[in-house]
Design a protein around this ligand. Structure first.
Ligand code: SF4
Length: 345
């Protein structure tokens, strides 16, 4: 098959009727013709990961893509991630295979709603988790990830109130770690982590006595209180290397990958139902359609883009900026386990 013999089809349904090998071939040919790179979030379907040039979490992927010479970036993740790629690569074309792949946690807060809360607390600093829209980031003083949220909050004067959006569970965790009593938490959450419950932990512990329990700070406090470790996914990857038996409280895609990497270890997902359906909306057929039709392109108002970039850069400055992967991280990246630590990762 040559590129010019591959005529675009009309609908994603027509693409879905093609065999996977033909879809893969179309994707690779069109990608080359467009000088495109495909970014695959860690929680994408395996077939998407297989054709991705980079695997990782949202911020790491966007930073990686910004450093490439590609003209087009196809982001297989959720909407706020593609926006972040546009924020960091304003001169590249950013595509998403399915515009409906949104993040319910990011959608908890809009720019308007945040502006209203800011007007009630004019002295407050706004700290925004990277799992948020570009408009909300632009309304913020600084962004944070689950890895650096405590450090970011500690960088703000102790007597200054903080509006923390959108994750109430991460806000509560940061409050406890910093001892602050002036954090105004938005009432948002990630349904994948918030739905994990204590009963599941009791069952997993009964079935796996001796296993340590690690949980993501997006989970509820009663689970965090029972945990041996509370950490981002980067921390979980490290712990899986160190321990032979772990109960892991995060999206099960990561747990399944860790099990592939360490087949002799006992690595148990806290909840078999912890699956982000939004992440799984992207399919090989939609990706092929996206490349053939140059859609769906992500556009941002320049004022919003600049505002979001400022909040992201402030965070990166505090975290010693962006750096490329170490040798070990590069190896983990090849295995789809890049140890970076921002949200839903
Ligand atoms: S895992 Fe949670 S935070 Fe990540 S995209 Fe899904 S809903 Fe959003």
């Amino acid at each position: 098959m040559t590129l010019f013999a591959v005529e675009p089809l009309q609908s994603t349904l027509e693409y879905a009727a093609l065999p996977p090998e033909e879809l893969r071939e179309r994707i690779l040919l069109r990608k080359e013709a467009l000088n495109a790179v495909i970014l695959g979030h860690n929680y994408q379907r395996i077939e998407i990961q297989d054709v991705s040039d980079y695997l990782g979490d949202s911020l790491g992927l966007s930073q990686e893509a910004a450093g490439t010479s590609a003209d087009v970036i196809v982001f297989c993740g959720v909407h706020f991630m593609a926006e972040t790629a546009k924020v960091l690569s304003p001169n590249k074309t950013i595509l998403m295979p399915d515009l409906k792949a949104g993040c319910p946690m990011a959608d908890f807060v809009t720019g308007d709603a945040l502006r209203r809360l800011k007007s009630v607390h004019p002295d407050a600093a706004v700290v925004t988790y990277v799992n948020s829209t570009a408009e909300v980031k632009a309304e913020s003083d600084i962004c944070c990830t689950s890895s650096n949220a405590v450090r970011v909050v500690e960088s703000i004067p102790a007597n200054q109130p903080i509006i923390f959006v959108p994750d109430r569970n991460l806000a509560r965790y940061v409050e406890e770690k910093t001892g602050r009593d002036n954090i105004i938490a938005w009432d948002g959450y990630c349904y994948v982590h918030d739905d994990m419950v204590l009963e599941e932990l009791d069952r997993a512990r009964a079935e796996n006595p001796g296993a340590k329990f690690v949980v993501h700070p997006e989970a509820r406090k009663d689970l965090l209180d029972q945990a041996d470790f509370v950490t981002s996914t980067s921390g979980m990857v490290d712990l899986a290397e160190e321990h032979d038996a772990l109960i892991i409280g995060t999206e099960r895609g990561l747990v399944d990958r860790l099990k592939q990497r360490y087949p002799l270890k006992t690595l148990i997902p806290l909840s078999g139902a912890a699956i982000c359906g939004n992440m799984k909306m992207n399919t090989l057929a939609k990706l092929a359609w996206s490349l053939d039709h140059g859609q769906h392109e992500i556009m941002l108002d320049e004022e919003i883009r600049l505002g979001a970039e400022r909040a992201l850069l402030r965070m990166l400055e505090l975290s010693d900026g962006w750096r490329g992967p170490t040798e070990e991280e590069a190896e983990l990246e090849l295995a789809g386990l890049r140890p970076t630590g921002c949200g839903c990762s």
